[in-house]
Design a binder for this molecule. Structure first.
Ligand code: SF4
Ligand code: SF4
Length: 97
């Protein structure tokens, strides 16, 4: 996943990116562009528009925990099964007493 990011130290506030954004997700306040990530659809239109290099596309790293979702589900099922087995063993032990 990627998102557009503005370097406010470089931004000159020209507004080119705000004009180009089809979702009106960029506004210029006090000569600095700001992205409303609630409105940004990551369409990529603003990429390469900035003439001073203040706007760039950054790739977000997925937290490892999300990449391991399948393994976590498997682990969860194994724990569930172990709990069930333990319950059955306790029942058997009670019967034997
Ligand atoms: S195009 Fe670049 S300099 Fe102009 S407002 Fe956008 S980020 Fe700032
Ligand atoms: S990626 Fe698209 S929606 Fe998001 S700020 Fe840039 S032009 Fe606007």
């Amino acid at each position: 996943m990627w998102i557009p990011v503005i370097d406010v130290l470089i931004c000159k506030g020209c507004g080119d990116c705000a004009q180009a954004c089809p979702d009106n997700a960029i506004t210029v306040v006090d000569k600095k562009a700001a992205i409303d990530y609630n409105g940004c659809t990551c369409c990529g239109v603003c990429n390469n528009i900035c003439r001073v290099g203040a706007l760039a596309i950054k790739t977000l790293e997925m937290p490892p925990i999300l990449n391991e979702g399948v393994q976590l589900t498997t682990l969860k099922n194994e724990v569930k099964q172990l709990k069930q087995d333990l319950k059955e063993m306790r029942k058997d032990m009670r019967r034997l007493r």
